[in-house]
Design a protein around this ligand. Structure first.
Ligand code: ADP
Ligand code: MG
Length: 257
């Protein structure tokens, strides 16, 4: 059985069909990528998965459970974390507080406890120790020690993207959705990001659903690729199959990638 499965998904905005009868499935442990030109509907697929948008038609299932109609926080609790195309971090908080907040937003605790205020010796205090330990593990894993106590706004963009990745990992997801994690990064940062994505799958065993505009980036790391254009599936297969597909090349023609 597939870990994750979308069937006949359609999402409209007025007269525009952003996602058009799309189906695909992902196996546990895969790095599965969705590619397509700008406006193809990639981010809309993510927004349907994590409960920000409600699709008009189709089904989305994770471990056999239906996701449509669930709120973003419920989807996160089920084990699906995500990052955004445009950074969504608390810029005026430190790296560690962003990770703690990411974890707590989906677990029980109040904001005071998260930030260490009114810290009581109680069950909540014990839970807090567990949360902090987990977050320290992630900081260690992503080699973010030097950024740990810095305000996110003071970090280079590449590090900020890593903090966002760390915040998603803090939820201990089974499936992580990454929306253009390398967008805006320079060549060196991009290569580093590729390395982290592989490590997340290889070391942490997290299944990865990656959206990427840049075909070269997905080529090396994806087990399978789905190419879409105008919300529709063009083709699906191994990187070699998809990137050499005539329809895919045509869809990208004239675009700088
Ligand atoms: P991609 O991520 O592949 O670049 P998007 O999923 O962001 O594409 O967008 C697909 C299409 O849906 C685009 O034409 C976009 O303008 C439109 N779209 C996305 N979100 C909305 C929205 N909230 N309201 C209206 N149109 C939207
Ligand atoms: Mg997008």
């Amino acid at each position: 059985m597939a870990l994750f499965e979308i069937n006949n998904l359609t999402k409209r905005f007025g007269g525009l069909i952003a996602v058009d009868n799309l189906s695909f499935s992902i196996k546990k442990g895969e790095i599965f990528s969705i590619i397509g030109p700008n406006g193809a509907g990639k981010s809309t697929v993510f927004n349907c998965i994590n409960g920000l948008y409600k699709p008009e038609e189709g089904s989305i299932q994770f471990k056999g459970e239906n996701l449509i109609g669930q709120r973003p926080d419920q989807v996160a609790k089920m084990g699906i974390a995500r990052t955004f195309q445009n950074l969504e971090l608390f810029a005026h908080m430190t790296t560690i507080d962003n990770l703690l907040l990411g974890r707590h937003l989906h677990m029980k605790a109040n904001l005071g406890q998260i930030l260490g205020l009114n810290f009581r010796r109680s069950k909540a205090a014990k839970e807090e120790i567990t949360h902090r330990r987990k977050v320290e593990e992630i900081i260690d894993f992503l080699e973010l020690e030097s950024a740990r106590d810095q305000y996110v706004s003071n970090l280079p963009y590449g590090k900020q993207k890593l903090v966002e990745l760390g915040r998603a990992l803090a939820l201990e997801p089974e499936l992580i959705l990454l929306d253009e994690p390398a967008a805006g990064l320079n060549q060196e940062e991009r290569e580093e990001m590729v390395f982290w994505i592989q490590d997340i799958r290889d070391q942490l065993g997290v299944t990865v659903l990656l959206i990427e505009h840049n075909m070269q980036l997905v080529k090396g790391i994806s087990d399978r690729i789905l190419a879409i254009s105008f919300g529709k599936k063009l083709t699906e297969g191994t990187p070699a199959e998809v990137l050499n597909h005539e329809e895919v090349i045509k869809a990208y023609l004239g675009e700088v990638v």
